[in-house]
Design a protein around this ligand. Sequence first.
Ligand SMILES: [Zn+2]
Length: 211
Amino acid sequence: MIKKGTAFAGGVERRDVHEEETVKTGASGRKALVVVDMLNDFVRPGAPLEVPETRAILPALRRRIAKAHREGELVVYVCDSHRENDPEFARMGWPPHAVEGTPGAGVVASLAPEPGDVVVEKRTYSGFHGTTLHFILRRNGIKRLTLAGCVTNICILYTAADAAMRGYDATVDERFVAGLAPDAHAFALDQMEGVLGVRVVRRPVRSAPRH
Ligand SMILES: [Zn+2]
């Protein structure tokens, strides 16, 4: 029997997922701050996937999280959580990192989630792929997201892409995202702004290198 919402065309089953996959209009107006991969294995000096720039954004991101709490934004931590032999390691060429249940997979202490915050574990670059993120955001009536954390051209970019496909209004403020390399960071911001419709807030041009 063919179920409602299911169509057959040339032997291929196509489910009509368009309606359930996008954010409903009439969302509550509540916003969410989505903090991506600010984990020990990315932030600590000498960590397996160390992104030194994450430590530069920590103070500003800490303040941004406090502001979110004050203003009633939902704070969602989206965190890599890999199996020991996760396909991502071999296929993408990354060293093992953020293996579930290890300290490296934990959010850095200075940004530790508070009661009422939500932690969503992911296995891929996207905070939406195979996770409950979309469900949680919709349940809270959220249409507007601010993405923060690392890495700008990987998990921020692919999470932004999936957010855009699902109808969210996303903002990325350069003060709260960390890249691995300046070129890739800049490319990702341009891509998000120019192609995905993300509102990108640029950091003022620095007069001197910070290191
Ligand atoms: Zn990973």
